[in-house]
Design a protein around this ligand. Structure first.
Ligand code: ADP
Ligand code: MG
Length: 334
């Protein structure tokens, strides 16, 4: 890289406490312009708090941050004019229709009436909501709701967009639609800071990422770098019958001479493969076959980001199911 890229987001030693909770505990972030940066971590890791400070919604207790060169405290108004934000506290009004929401926002940004309607129409089309513009947002499905949230955050094209868990709780198809939208925004030159609990999401979208846990960055890099720091390979096995799992666990542990990870999916097992372990790994399928264990899927490859998290923290990422409840609690406290 010949030129040092301009930084769209630069945070140094950000800290935020809520009473005794150190929600964000000294976070540094550097995001070059035009890239996607992932903040990856389980529920309660401090992702939303970090984003709220960067988006000027919350004042840091310590540290500093700049967005496009502007200080988030001293130049908060300037920063607000440059960023878009969507996520756990989206601004759309459920009682209004999709069109009404977008028109209202465009009017707030100073568009003329005609220009506001034109902007709303083109956003609704772009986000596959063309037919739903006349319906109240409260009648939308989860995927539609997330897309209108995204549309609302880019009524004026922000140069920096904060997406706080944009796909949590969405089905795979809706998730893919949101990912496609994010890719289009980045192709248009936006910088995106994305928080996610989905390791696959950071892997898909982010150029670089930080893994955060209890308010601290515990790892930083590209997904390839993160995976490399944890080990060169892993086997992933999915069984046809979940009752075979204890037997499969024994065989895998023996064959690879490595501890086996049991995923929350009762059919799945995985294990790290040492650098010189591919020969052992190749003996695994015959060994399972010998024991009459039916294997539905078998792969030998890089460790998943889930396994990266496990290796970094010594525990798996928490289940995603309780997320909405947790979120509401946070907002109520705020
Ligand atoms: N307004 C608040 N008041 C008190 N505690 C809060 C508030 N917001 C967040 N927290 C706490 O700070 C920690 C980090 O929360 P949060 O930033 O929402 O994490 P994440 O977005 O990664 O799930 C959690 O322990 C949470 O309960
Ligand atoms: Mg959050």
């Amino acid at each position: 890289m010949p030129n040092q890229q301009e930084l769209a987001i630069e945070a140094r030693g950000l800290v935020k406490h809520f009473k005794e909770t150190r929600a964000v505990d000294g976070v540094d972030i550097e995001v070059p312009e035009g890239t996607v940066y992932g903040l990856l971590g389980p529920n309660g890791a401090g992702k939303t708090t970090a984003v709220r400070m960067l988006a000027t919604l919350l004042r840091p207790d310590a540290g500093s941050a700049r967005v496009l060169g502007h200080d988030v405290i001293r130049e908060a108004d300037t920063v607000r004019g440059l960023v878009g934000l969507t996520g756990q506290y989206a601004s759309v009004d459920e009682d209004l229709t999709g069109t009404e929401n977008l028109v209202m926002l465009a009017r707030l940004y100073g568009f003329s009436r005609a220009a506001s309607y034109a902007r709303a129409r083109s956003l609704l089309e772009a986000f596959d909501l063309g037919d739903a513009g006349g319906r109240q947002v409260k009648t939308y499905s989860g995927g539609m709701r997330r897309r209108i949230d995204l549309a609302a955050s880019i009524v004026i094209s922000p140069r920096v967009l904060f997406l706080d868990e944009p796909t949590t709780g969405l089905d795979p198809r809706s998730r893919n639609q949101v990912w496609d939208i994010v890719r289009v925004l980045v192709d248009d030159g936006a910088t995106v800071l994305l928080t996610t609990q989905y390791l696959e999401e950071a892997d898909q979208l982010a150029d670089r990422m930080s893994v955060i846990d209890h308010g601290k960055v515990i790892a930083e890099g590209t997904s390839v770098e993160l995976k490399a720091s944890v080990g060169s390979g892993a086997v992933h096995v999915r069984l046809a019958d979940s009752t075979d799992r204890p037997a499969a666990e024994r065989i895998i542990a023996q064959t690879l001479d490595a501890p086996v990870t049991l995923a929350s999916d009762p059919y799945a097992l995985s294990a790290r493969v040492a650098d010189d372990g591919t020969e052992r790994a190749s003996r695994l399928l015959p060994a399972l076959h010998e024991a009459r264990i039916m294997v539905a899927e078998f792969s030998l490859g890089q460790p998943s980001l889930d396994e990266v998290f496990l290796a970094l923290t010594g525990r798996p990422t928490e289940p995603e199911t309780s997320d909405d409840v947790e979120t509401e609690t946070n907002e109520a406290v705020a």
